[in-house]
Design a protein around this ligand. Structure first.
Ligand SMILES: Cc1cc2nc3c(=O)[nH]c(=O)nc-3n(C[C@H](O)[C@H](O)[C@H](O)COP(=O)(O)O)c2cc1C
Length: 340
């Protein structure tokens, strides 16, 4: 058994979390990961044409009706994510109304924007929830710590989905964060999809490892089968950084990604946002919607990490958690035995 501050704090069997993957749904995945002994994390999903606040409540209710285990929730706090303050403000009410939500929702992960608003609100209204924020570069991690978060999800450029303009690798970032903030809870994320990766992160001192792409390619995830099927044959060279809704995004190279062009600068992105008309915005969202509903993996956007190069099969969540951790333990023991 690998014991860390996070497995102890949340009562987990494994130091593994599923990474949030909005705008897609990870509700069934969350249930499977939490049931298996990791920490499942719900995504800030914005598809299905629903009100995202009501939709989030429905997802939470489904999780607590399906498992008694702890789970987490992601809220993206980006400039254009206009619903985030409503969700953060409404969460304490849902917790008051339903003690099971209060008991099981132990981890709130904010990302893609600032941490301060959520941090202040959580401290005041939900002090029993641990607040983590995604940090893609050390100077941004400094801000997360200053905002009063309990933990950091150190996520480098190798990962899937939205990335920062900083382009720091997970390995360098993780070492920087571990050195500077050893008192904080630290989750390593971006580039992990194997027992070797889990062993490396834990050996370095991370309290847990979060994986996204590895969990897309699993039996229980609700990603379209066409999406899942693209992952095992893909190589680590098959992803590209282009511009997404919040800035750079790592996608699988398909027709959509290749036509979308190179990353644009942060200033250009802000000007683009200001000039966006509603139709353009909806068209971007449609590119994710068609992947989710129709499995259109050519004209749709397919976020994945460089970890596609490590994934050869579609496994069950149980297999991923138990066999990967077992192998990681063997690797850690072997490494220890080499020390004289
Ligand atoms: C399909 C997809 C969607 C994602 N959406 C989000 C999101 O809504 N919020 C977020 O914080 N991170 C998001 N991410 C990033 C993941 O949380 C995580 O950092 C990434 O998957 C780690 O890299 P890996 O896929 O190689 O494990 C997304 C990643 C993927 C692959």
């Amino acid at each position: 058994m690998i014991k860390t501050r996070i497995t102890e704090l949340f009562g987990l069997k494994y130091p593994i979390m599923s990474a949030p993957m909005g705008p897609f749904y990870t509700t069934e995945l969350t249930i499977a990961v939490s049931e298996a002994g990791g920490l499942g994390v719900l995504s800030h999903a914005t598809l299905r044409g629903k009100n995202s606040v009501t939709d989030m409540k429905e997802q939470i209710m489904h999780v607590i009706e399906s498992t008694d285990k702890p789970f987490g929730l992601n809220i993206r706090t980006a400039r254009i994510q206009t619903d985030h303050k409503v969700i953060i403000r409404t969460l304490p009410k849902w917790m008051r109304e339903n003690p099971k939500i209060r008991e099981q929702l132990v981890y709130l992960l904010t990302s893609a924007g600032g941490a301060r608003f959520a941090s202040e609100w959580i401290k005041k209204k939900m002090p029993y929830v641990k607040h983590f924020h995604v940090g893609p570069a050390l100077w941004l991690v400094d801000k997360i710590v200053k905002a009063g978060c309990d933990g950091i999800v150190a996520t480098g450029i190798d990962g899937g989905g939205h990335q920062s303009y900083e382009e720091i690798s997970t390995l360098v970032l993780l070492q920087q964060v571990l050195r500077k903030y050893p008192e904080h809870l630290i989750v390593a994320c971006g580039g992990f999809a194997s027992p070797e990766g889990i062993a490396a992160g834990i050996a370095a001192g991370a309290d847990a490892i979060a994986m996204g792409t590895r969990f897309i390619a699993c039996k229980e995830s609700e990603f379209h089968q066409n999406y899942k099927d693209l992952i095992p044959p893909a190589t680590a060279r098959d992803t590209i950084l282009t511009t997404g809704g919040f800035g750079p995004i790592r996608l699988l190279k398909n027709k959509y990604a290749l036509e979308h062009g190179e990353i644009i600068s942060k200033d250009d992105k802000i000007s683009q946002e200001l000039a966006y008309d509603l139709d353009e915005f909806l068209e971007e969202l449609r590119r994710y919607e068609i992947v989710y509903t129709e499995g259109d993996v050519e004209d749709g956007a397919i976020p994945v990490g460089q970890t596609v190069g490590l994934i050869d099969d579609i496994l069950s969540v149980d297999d991923i958690l138990s066999s990967f951790t077992k192998k990681a333990e063997e690797l850690l023991k072997k490494a220890c035995s080499n020390i004289s």
